[in-house]
Design a protein around this ligand. Structure first.
Ligand code: NAX
Length: 328
């Protein structure tokens, strides 16, 4: 048996985690031969909710689940972890502006960045899911000076999967044939789901989709507003099972590598590519090999795409400026 991998998960009594924990414990993320230790964090008020979750995890009799730790202390949660999935955040309430959400959630990621810096393994892989995910990841990264920027990432994979699925449906193709999708930018309404490099088999998606109006009038707004559409359809509850699935995809590909001749979208610190300033956590097309991600370089962008990339970048710069006081 392999030694267990330690996985910290925050917001672990929330709705995304109610799907996520069970799939990780079943081996969906790290494989059916990889034992795991779950180090679960939530705020003090939520601790009683762990009782039922732990009972249910035990009742599944997962052979791979070696141990479960529950805590309200980030340092205990992050102690010696190989992977950290930061889901915990205050949800956006009605009439709450994006900047209010930043104000409410920013300090969480200051504390968690510091705790990761102190307690996690030096090669820890960190995924920030809690919104606003890109800027929260940026705050955590800036508060963890002893970790490297490439320890950090933010989740764009749900947007990426949504885009794959819409194209597969439009062209009546199996999802597995749709490749080279990109979602650039911020996990927000300014994100840019870009079909210009996407392929089905040997053919370009944009030549297969004859009507360009479908792309501008249906595809882009559908992906950009999917989160809100789900909230309406689920009577106020946001995406949960699909978000958990995207977390599993993101971590799996980061660890085990992306497929040949394909890439995925991840929010990662820019290295200056595509006009995005170094360090900004931005959605890029990336390939992963031997546990490391790398931006796909040299893609041609037309002027419309460049404009859309810049729009999302400007939003991230505004978010960064709004949280200056939280940066180390
Ligand atoms: P829930 O409200 O069900 O759960 C949130 C959890 O965070 C709760 O357990 C709560 O106790 C905990 N929490 C609250 N304040 C905290 C604090 N100060 N420190 C630590 N934990 C705290 O939300 P859920 O539906 O699970 O969503 C979690 C986050 O994921 C939200 O921020 C949501 O917006 C974000 N999402 C991000 C997505 C992405 O693609 N990046 C997609 C799905 C999701 O919308």
């Amino acid at each position: 048996m392999k030694p267990p991998i330690r996985i910290a998960i925050t917001g672990a009594t929330g709705q995304i985690c109610y799907s996520l924990l069970f799939r990780i414990a079943a081996g969906d993320m790290l494989g059916k031969d990889q034992p795991v230790i779950l180090q679960l964090h939530d705020i003090s008020e939520a601790l009683p909710l762990f009782d039922g979750i732990v009972m249910e995890l035990l009742d599944c009799a997962f052979p791979l689940l070696t141990d479960i730790i529950t805590t309200d202390n980030p340092k205990t949660a992050f102690n010696n972890v190989d992977l950290a999935i930061l889901v915990g955040a205050r949800p956006r309430s009605e009439n709450m502006e994006r900047k209010d959400l930043l104000k409410a959630n920013g300090p969480i990621f200051v504390e968690q960045g510091r705790a990761l810096d102190e307690a996690a393994k030096r090669n820890v892989k960190i995924l920030v899911v809690g919104n606003p995910a890109n800027t929260n990841a940026y705050i955590a990264m800036k508060n963890a000076p002893n970790l490297k920027p490439d320890n950090f990432s933010a989740m764009l994979r749900l947007d990426h999967n949504r885009a794959l699925s819409q194209v597969a449906q439009k062209l009546s193709q199996p999802i597995s044939r749709v490749k080279k999708m990109i979602v650039w930018g911020n996990h927000s309404g300014t994100q840019y789901p870009d079909l210009s490099h996407a392929m089905v088999g040997d053919e370009k998606v944009i030549s297969l989709i004859k009507d360009s109006a479908w792309i501008e009038d249906y595809f882009l707004p559908t992906i950009q507003r999917r989160g809100m559409t789900i909230i309406e359809a689920r009577h106020g509850k946001s995406s949960a099972a699909s978000a958990a699935n995207a977390i599993i995809n993101h971590m799996h590909d980061w660890i085990f590598g992306t497929k040949d001749n394909d890439w995925v979208s991840m929010g990662i610190p820019s290295d200056g590519s595509y006009g995005i300033a170094e360090g900004v956590i931005y959605g890029f097309p990336v390939t992963c090999h031997t546990g490391k991600y790398a931006i796909v370089e040299g893609l041609e962008l037309d002027s419309t795409s460049k404009e859309k990339l810049q729009k999302s970048y400007q939003e991230l710069i505004e978010e960064r400026d709004a949280v200056q006081h939280l940066l180390n």
